[in-house]
Design a protein around this ligand. Structure first.
Ligand code: DGL
Length: 269
């Protein structure tokens, strides 16, 4: 099956998911769109975000003929993906379900935390997802959440550490630091880039979990079941597109992602 897998996010955050997908399924072709021209999603009304997600997903199908879409953005998922699933004939994967499943399974005490954008946390998407995951795994889970406005902006500027990030992290994570959680889900695909600072604030007793690997395993399993996986020993092609400044995307993208991101193209709505 030669059609690519499509991935989108508001910007660079989805690259953490793209990395996990590429590492697990290197033979696949990938098309990644970072909507940097309209980021951040996290502080925007969820109706607007739903519209952006719809444009991106339709473009991946119509313009790039993708065989599956990975919505590598918690906020877009929190805004609701039902419309995409009913409009499009390709499987649509999200990061919220896999993330919730990963955090519930990783916790020993059942006291888990999630951090995300204002849009994601206020939507309650993780309250439902963690409840479902706890039921599915027959465990108890007590969830504490915190929105972290500002984190995404640091990542989009390429500022991944330093005093400013630390001061903000200490302030935003204070409610969770006192909640006795043993596991913290990074419920925004941008946050793994700040894992060092977040880990330092939370302390060594708290395990940080990202949804990237879990999502990649879910995608591989479903594509295998649907007989859509590409059987080849060759490494697939990767295309990276941005709705914002392409040169900025290429430069920061290659710093964050590595040498697979050598060129970026303009995504036009
Ligand atoms: N990376 C996205 C998420 O997982 C969105 C960040 C933003 O644009 O605010 O929520």
């Amino acid at each position: 099956m030669e059609r690519p897998i499509g991935i989108f996010d508001s910007g660079f955050g989805g690259l953490t998911v793209a990395r996990a997908l590429i590492d697990l399924m290197p033979a696949e072709d990938y098309v990644y769109i970072g909507d940097t021209g309209r980021y951040p999603y996290g502080s925007k009304p969820l109706d607007d975000v739903r519209g952006y997600a719809s444009e991106l997903a339709h473009s991946l199908v119509d313009d790039f003929n993708v065989k599956a879409i990975v919505v590598a953005c918690n906020t877009a998922t929190a805004a609701g993906l039902d419309h995409l699933r009913s409009e499009l004939a390709v499987p649509i994967f999200d990061v919220v379900g896999p993330g919730a499943s990963a955090v519930v399974r990783a916790s020993r005490s059942g006291k888990v935390g999630v951090i995300g954008t204002v849009g994601t946390i206020s939507s309650g998407a993780y309250v439902h997802a963690v409840e479902s995951a706890a039921t599915a795994h027959a465990v108890a889970a007590e969830l504490s959440s915190a929105a972290c406005p500002g984190f995404v902006e640091f990542v989009e500027r390429g500022q991944l550490s330093g005093d400013e990030v630390m001061v903000l992290a200490e302030r935003l994570l204070a409610p969770l630091a006192g909640a006795e959680i043993d596991t913290l889900l990074l419920g925004c695909t941008h946050y793994p880039f700040l894992a060092r600072t977040i880990g330092e604030v939370m302390g060594p007793e708290v395990v940080l979990v990202s949804s990237a690997d879990e999502t990649a395993f879910a995608v591989r399993q479903r594509l295998t079941e649907m007989e859509l996986l590409r059987a080849s020993d060759e490494v697939g092609a990767r295309r990276f597109l941005s709705s914002g400044d392409v040169e900025v995307f290429r430069e920061l993208g290659s710093t964050l992602f590595g040498s697979d991101l050598v060129a970026a193209e303009r995504w036009k709505r």
